[in-house]
Design a binder for this molecule. Structure first.
Ligand code: NAD
Length: 426
């Protein structure tokens, strides 16, 4: 499928016109994206089968990021977020990378790890070796649980064992490495972990306790890289300042938390729009940020030999296309269709690229003009709505509070009252 992610003036249309334009850009029949429209999404009946005690639905806006080229292919990217300026910022950053080939990615594999905790081993190191001696048997037992996964070329393929000093004494921790192919993999590996635990207890001559995946998906890393154009960024000083901002986030956990939050603005929005597990991905990313022992930035920005800005981001992304809400939620299915992805790897590459774009946009805004100018201008629309403005009034109230440089709900209420009374607040 050939996608054109350059759709100029998308913001000047109504939501339904945009959906038609986006479908056209993706080479899809607009009906294929029906579930993305407000009327076409999840029904209460469907929701009732997803979680317990369902009483309703929460609607979150879905926007489409434009301008992305990832690994040589254009992508139109659905993003589910309540935060203004996220979609615009990602699209703008993607435009700055486009002339230099867009985003390129690499992936370490569809590998998830399950942990089995062994307690009360009298000789933890001897137990570790005994468990490693039964590796083939344990792998075979694990793979018996998921013939489907094995038939697709996946399955459990390795075991490692750690002796972990804890305040409750040494514990023996078995790691089961599983190729989960295009699944997120939590259920798949948890089933395997539970199935092999009794044999592990037998070999260890003691008992097992927890049997569950780790969300520290360190064998499922996605790396994204892009070159952002010095002129489009605003010149050499902006590049130098972004490099300095990046160095700050690499060195300081206080700054890194906010730097990474900016990355997650992009990552979580795509993870959510495709029905994947936002908590699993966030837990993975933050654990990766702390892998050196000190919480640090997930990305780096440097200046290349031509004076352009090079961004690199490495994140564990446990996302899939089968199972979970991705299959059950009609809007997530439409999101996947729009992306035109067929593998978990392709989906992860897009998510990492959006994370990097989002990060660049935030760093640029911070280093160049401060975050509030662009953000608050877009945020003004939310403020106008909070002040009670109806759909037809939001635009005007937002422009007035921006012009007045008073982007606050109280002022929006005054402006709205004045607008309704047909007079100027001044
Ligand atoms: P799943 O069990 O629904 O789907 C995976 C299964 O689909 C595989 O085991 C395989 O048998 C089958 N399959 C069919 N086609 C496949 C393909 N092309 N590639 C791979 N497998 C294929 O889901 P899952 O991905 O194992 O688990 C994801 C769900 O688990 C998510 O909803 C997540 O929220 C939830 N979960 C997460 C955690 C956690 O993150 N800590 C814990 C428990 C559950």
């Amino acid at each position: 499928m050939s996608i054109n992610s350059r759709i100029s003036g998308l913001r000047d249309h109504t939501p339904s016109e945009r959906l038609a334009l986006v479908a056209d850009g993706a080479g899809l029949d607009p009906a294929a994206l029906d579930a993305l429209s407000a009327e076409g999404g999840l029904s209460l009946g469907q929701a009732d089968h997803m979680i317990e005690n369902v009483v309703g639905l929460l609607a979150i806006p879905v926007g489409v990021a434009t301008n992305f080229t990832i690994d040589g292919q254009d992508r139109l990217i659905p993003m589910a977020t309540e935060e203004p300026s996220v979609v615009a910022a990602a699209s703008n950053a993607a435009r700055m990378a486009r002339g230099h080939g867009g985003f390129t990615t690499s992936y370490t594999g569809d590998v998830m790890i399950a942990q089995i905790q062994v307690l009360d081993a009298v000789d933890p190191h001897g137990t570790r070796f005994a468990l490693l001696e039964t590796k083939d048997e344990l792998l075979a037992l694990a793979n018996e649980q998921d013939p489907m996964l094995v038939s697709l070329g996946g399955g459990a393929f390795d075991i490692s064992v750690r002796v972990l000093p804890t305040r409750a004494g040494a514990q023996v921790i078995v790691h089961l490495h599983v190729d989960v192919r295009d699944a997120m993999g939590a259920n798949a590996v948890n089933t395997m972990a539970e199935a092999i635990a009794p044999r592990i207890a037998e070999v260890a001559g003691t008992r097992t306790l927890l049997r569950i995946l780790t969300n520290k998906a360190e064998l499922r890393l996605t790396r994204a890289r892009a070159v952002f154009d010095v002129e489009l960024l605003g010149g050499a000083q902006v590049v130098d300042d972004i490099v300095a901002a990046s160095a700050f986030a690499e060195a300081d956990p206080y700054r890194a938390a906010t730097h990474n939050k900016g990355i997650m603005n992009g990552i979580t929005a795509v993870v959510l729009a495709t029905g994947n597990d936002t908590r699993a991905v966030e837990a993975g990313c933050h654990s990766h940020a702390a892998r050196s022992g000190q919480y640090a930035a997930l990305s780096q920005f440097e200046k290349d030999a031509d004076g352009n800005l090079v961004g690199t981001l490495e994140v564990p992304l446990a996302v899939g296309l089968v199972g979970g809400a991705t299959r059950a939620h009609p809007t997530a299915q439409a999101g996947v269709k729009l992306l035109g992805v067929e593998t978990a790897r392709e989906l992860a590459s897009i998510i990492a690229a959006v994370g990097l774009a989002q990060n660049l946009a935030a760093c640029r805004a911070l280093a160049a003009e401060g975050i509030q100018r662009g953000h608050m201008t877009l945020h003004a629309r939310t403020i106008a709505a909070s002040a009670g403005a109806e759909v037809g009034e939001i635009g005007e109230v937002a422009s007035r509070i921006v012009a007045d440089r008073q982007i606050r709900v109280e002022h929006a209420r005054e402006v709205l009252a004045a607008l309704r009374a047909g007079r100027n607040p001044a």
